[in-house]
Design a protein around this ligand. Structure first.
Ligand code: ADP
Length: 380
């Protein structure tokens, strides 16, 4: 072998991409080691064979035609352009490849060099990415259910409408009671009727609220074994998307090997999403707060605790004792339904939702849940 030959084969074999040379009839004249690796043929099996051996139909039967078209017309379809095509391995496996082709003259004969880049890993990555994007979109649309402007807003508007009736009735009866008292010697007995009516309407309003809680509790739930860390990570992904300007850093502290939980994943994600949204809201309105931390740990073999810690201004003093009641809100555009629904969901799962102020400032909302092991033990 001459020096030039050695240099040539060193060059060919050092390439990660497959390289093959064919003549004007499509016969293979040289291949590098990458071609052997990619297609599973040895060099000897390929020498002299028509390159269509490495193609699936319809290219396989049409390749000779492609070649003669080019040689006759000089019109390039792939030469100097490159294209994504499919190739066929010895095993029959179809490979997505990027094929670049160049031509050159060897004496009077036109010959071609093909460079083959295996795209299978890239395609797998793209497919995984597309799958992940699809999952995120599904999650976003599920989580949209808790968005303040969509379903919950609609529900709150309906409840507000329902509750408005007993409330205006109460106001009317209270006014008439006041009128009855506005005389020199009021007959207290006449107050019984409006007061009874007020009590009746207040009970009706209470029933409406109770109805909402029962509705949330009894919604068709699909409990399934879920990996808590995956569930949390998925919500954080969405929360990061909704934290558009990245004003607040969302940090994660997940204990390794968290146990599985038996939950309705969508409901649990709604709870977590709501707590994170509240923590972000509280942080945005407070100068010092630049991050929130979501943590999860197994507190025993039977229970896990998830915390959402912020460094916001803390819970408004007036709202403190009623924070889990419906319609308690300190936000201009708030519905005050989030925490009440979260509590109902967590309790329906056999857990508890609570909060405490943090010594360094801010609030820690936390909930506990039974682990899947303890749930199945209890249902035996
Ligand atoms: P909304 O967010 O619509 O007001 P929620 O039921 O989710 O309804 O919250 C009720 C109220 O609880 C909020 O308006 C806010 O005053 C208070 N709150 C909730 N989470 C926090 C928090 N992390 N820090 C301070 N206050 C909070």
């Amino acid at each position: 072998m001459t020096d030039t030959n050695e240099q040539f084969s060193a060059l060919m074999n050092a390439a990660v991409d497959g390289i093959l040379l064919i003549n004007d009839r499509g016969s293979i004249e040289a291949v590098n080691s990458a071609v052997e690796r990619l297609f599973g043929y040895s060099k000897d099996e390929l020498f002299g064979k028509n390159v269509s051996l490495l193609m699936p139909e319809p290219d396989k039967s049409q390749h000779d035609g492609y070649l003669s078209n080019y040689l006759n017309s000089g019109e390039a379809k792939i030469i100097g352009i490159g294209r994504e095509v499919r190739a066929r391995c010895k095993s029959g496996k179809i490979l997505p490849i990027y094929l670049s082709v160049g031509d050159y003259h060897d004496g009077n004969q036109v010959k071609f060099v093909g460079i083959i880049r295996d795209l299978s890993q890239q395609k797998t990555r793209e497919a995984k990415l597309a799958e992940a994007e699809k999952e995120i979109h599904q999650l976003v649309s599920h989580l949209a259910q808790v968005s303040r402007v969509s379903v919950m807003g609609e529900m709150a508007a309906n409840i507000a409408h329902e509750i408005n009736q007993p409330l205006s009735a109460i106001a009317t009866y209270a006014q008439s009671a006041r009128r009855l008292l506005n005389v020199a010697t009021p007959d207290l007995h006449t107050l019984k009727k409006p007061l009874d009516k007020i009590a009746e309407q207040a009970l009706r309003a209470g029933e409406i609220i109770k109805g909402v809680r029962t509705w949330v509790r009894e919604q068709d739930t699909e409990r399934q074994r879920c990996e808590l860390d995956k569930l949390i990570l998925a919500v954080i992904e969405i929360a990061r998307l909704s934290n558009e300007q990245d004003e607040i850093d969302i940090q994660l502290e997940l204990e390794p090997g968290l146990p599985e939980v038996m939950v309705d994943p969508i409901q649990l994600q709604q709870v977590l999403f709501n707590l994170i949204r509240n923590a972000l809201d509280a942080s945005k309105s407070c100068q010092r707060a630049k991050s929130i931390v979501i943590s999860a740990e197994a507190t025993s073999t039977e229970r896990v605790t998830v915390r959402v810690n912020d460094r916001g201004a803390g819970i408004d003093e007036e709202a403190r004792s009623r924070i889990f009641e419906p319609f308690v809100t300190t936000k201009d555009a708030g519905m005050g339904m989030g925490l009440s629904i979260c509590k109902t969901i967590i309790e329906a799962h056999g857990g508890e939702l609570s909060y405490c102020p943090r010594s360094e400032g801010g609030t820690s909302f936390y909930f506990t849940l039974p682990t899947a092991i303890s749930t199945s033990a209890n249902s035996l």
